[in-house]
Design a protein around this ligand. Structure first.
Ligand code: GAL
Length: 448
């Protein structure tokens, strides 16, 4: 490319999904039950057929191929694989074999998550992640799944965004089991950590050359008012709990406060082969004396550009530098980095092309600065069922009408396809979709 941002050879360009959000008729887990409760989901939306992947994911795999993508991240639905305790459904595993084979046949490298927020109904009835027994159950499920699918997948994520699950389900109390109970959240956190460690060991025992990690959500909290030390204290506390506590436990195996008093748990130490970063936004924090807020309320920067509104206001702020900052921060661990999710809700696609380009520009800066970034997975290919927001927030490169299942390519799909094809961003491409950003990135002497 004459002038442009070139990405490394073999860089993975993909999209990301989770089973519940795309498969349809996923009836045997806690989310399906939750959906039936009036008011649980925005407009009482139902996941219904979702994107109809259980019957026909292949139609969307074709779309990925047409966009020149070379990877895709999906998740396995535990409740399909183990519909009753200890009873594994080999037809479900066969369907996943078919899906992973279908990806590979189209030149798409699969990355597979074992846990993405949904619990089999029977597990939830036994207390879900509050029950320590879930650790061994998860390990058994991981073993069976990896034995069945390991020849088709090299890269595994044990759990997705454990801290988002905790925050939504035990802190804000808006996802099942709808609790606002910090003390009950602590054992859940520990159990998720131990389950991750157990699955990490088990996957390697079954498949020695597998690459195993997890996907963490990062919110990059910082103090709202520069001269208010308590804003910074509250932001640091939230960064510690949300962005750092988990990752450090998997680095050195120490169970730090408030989860423990620094005990060493050997299976946790060095229990990841790569870093998975999910990044959507940063948060600014204003101090609050209320301990139930963890001493701070979050807000977006008052002058930031904001994405579409969710139930409680805008979903995210435009802060692409955050992706650069996170990669640089994660560089200290000396492991490869994947951006396992990044995207925004933008129904009319009037922001997505520029946001996408700006985030990839920052990712390129991080690579230039020495970060070993191996791939980028955009959330998501086709609009899907966005948890308690239902069909409200539209993250897709393709718009979906859930009733007719008709997909329509947004301009961003063409853009992302061109980026994957070029393995980079040419000046012309950037100028076509985001002229001001192109001026900034490519003008002579630009700082970056
Ligand atoms: C992540 C989550 C995804 C998707 C995305 C967009 O936190 O892993 O399942 O919902 O956010 O909100």
């Amino acid at each position: 490319m004459a002038q442009g941002l070139n990405f490394p050879d073999k860089f993975l360009w993909g999209t990301a999904t989770s089973a519940y959000q795309v498969e349809g008729n996923t009836r045997n887990n806690q989310w399906w039950d939750f959906e039936q409760q009036p008011g649980a989901i925005w407009h009482n939306d139902k996941s219904g057929l979702a994107c109809d992947w259980w019957r026909n994911a292949e139609q969307d795999f074709d779309r990925m191929q047409q966009l020149h993508l070379n990877a895709h991240r999906l998740s396995i639905e535990w409740s399909r694989v183990e519909p009753e305790p200890g009873v594994f459904d080999h037809r479900a595993l066969d369907r996943y074999r078919e899906m992973l084979g279908g990806l590979r046949a189209r030149g798409l490298e699969p990355m597979v998550s074992l846990y993405h927020f949904t619990n089999p109904r029977w597990l939830e009835a036994r207390g879900g992640w509050e029950n320590a027994e879930t650790i061994i159950r998860f390990q058994n499920y991981a073993r069976t799944t990896v034995k069945a699918l390991g020849d088709l997948c090299q890269t595994w994520l044990t759990v997705n965004e454990p801290l988002v699950y905790l925050a939504q389900s035990w802190f804000r109390g808006i996802w099942p089991p709808l609790k606002q109970d910090f003390l009950a959240a602590l054992p859940v956190f520990r159990h998720l950590l131990y389950a991750h460690a157990a699955a990490y060991q088990t996957i390697h025992a079954c498949q020695p050359h597998a690459q195993v990690g997890y996907a963490s959500a990062f919110r990059l909290f910082s103090g709202l008012r520069p001269d208010h030390p308590m804003d910074h204290f509250a932001a640091e506390l939230k960064r510690y709990l949300f962005d750092h506590l988990w990752i450090w436990a998997t680095v050195d195996g120490k169970i730090r406060p408030p989860l423990g008093v620094g005990q060493y748990y050997p299976p946790l130490a060095n229990s990841f082969d790569f870093i998975g970063i999910n990044y959507y936004t940063r948060d600014l924090v204003r101090f609050s004396p209320n301990p139930l807020t963890l001493f701070g309320n979050e807000q977006f920067s008052p002058d930031a550009e904001l994405s579409d509104n969710g139930r409680d206001g805008p979903y995210s702020e435009y802060y692409p530098e955050g992706l650069y900052q996170l990669c640089r921060e994660m560089q200290q661990f000396g492991k490869p980095i994947y951006i396992t999710e990044n995207g925004l809700p933008d129904r009319d696609d009037d922001q997505r092309p520029r946001w996408l380009l700006a985030h990839l520009h920052q990712l390129h800066r991080a690579i230039e600065a020495g970060c070993d970034v191996r791939g980028y997975f955009h959330w998501t290919l086709v609009d899907n069922f966005e948890w308690h927001e239902g069909w409200n927030l539209r993250f897709g490169l393709f718009a979906l009408n859930p009733a007719t299942q008709l997909r329509t390519a947004r301009a961003s799909a063409h853009l992302y396809g061109a980026i994957a094809e070029q393995n980079g961003i040419s000046q012309e491409l950037c100028a076509k979709f985001a002229p001001k950003l192109a001026d900034k990135i490519f003008s002579a002497g630009a700082a970056d």
